[in-house]
Design a protein around this ligand. Structure first.
Ligand code: IMP
Length: 192
């Protein structure tokens, strides 16, 4: 089955292709010559996922899915949340956003946080949502080189290492996106 994944993020594309396996051909936005930035201007993670999948369907006609993810930190009232990609401003790097979180968390005793991913799938004219949530804590110091984004400071519940210290196989198996994609895969397998 061919589906377009509304992303240009090569890390996410690789993660999702690994999880979905060879039964599915996942095209990126570049593969369908969509080179513009897909708008994500909604105030919620669900809204942004839905906005991105609808944009692709309406402008390019493909059945597709889009994900949106936020890191919600309790002591920061849920920040960066829906602003995770642009927490330190417009056109900033993963590193800039990570440093802002680390600096805002300096001295905070409540380190609780969660990652939340929502996937919106548009298939045969209908929209379906899949959610993945992982609770954890924000480490005082960064650790690890793998992954991307806030991975070096996020320690998932039940582990003593950050996402960035895990192999991609382990992260995929337990992560917020892994859980949401797992639900997407179960759904797709059942309608085949
Ligand atoms: P997106 O909307 O799914 O692209 O995610 C928004 C932002 O959340 C990204 O720019 C990253 O900074 C962060 N993010 C998303 N997924 C992950 C992850 O698996 N690990 C660490 N950071 C992530």
């Amino acid at each position: 089955m061919k589906l377009v994944f509304a992303t240009n993020n090569l890390h996410k594309l690789r993660e999702v292709r690994e999880i979905l396996g060879s039964n599915f051909e996942i095209l990126s936005t570049e593969d369908i010559n969509c080179r513009e930035e897909i708008p994500e201007t909604c105030p919620t993670i669900e809204g942004n996922a839905s906005q991105k999948s609808h944009y692709l369907k309406n402008n390019y006609g493909y059945d597709c899915f889009a994900d949106d993810t936020g890191l919600e930190i309790e002591a920061l009232n849920g920040e960066p949340g829906v602003y995770s990609a642009r927490y330190a401003g417009k056109n900033v790097s993963f590193e800039d956003n990570l440093l802002k979180v680390m600096s805002k968390m300096q001295g905070q005793t409540n380190r609780k946080a969660r990652f939340k991913t929502v996937i919106s799938l548009i298939l045969n004219g209908k929209e379906y949502f899949f959610e993945g949530i992982v609770n954890g804590t924000i480490a005082e110091n960064r650790n690890g080189q793998s992954g991307f984004g806030y991975d070096p400071v996020f320690i998932p519940e039940g582990y003593t290492v950050s996402y960035a210290q895990m192999s991609s196989e382990l992260k995929n198996a337990i992560s917020h996106r892994g859980i949401a994609v797992g639900k997407l895969v179960d759904f797709l397998k059942n309608i085949k």
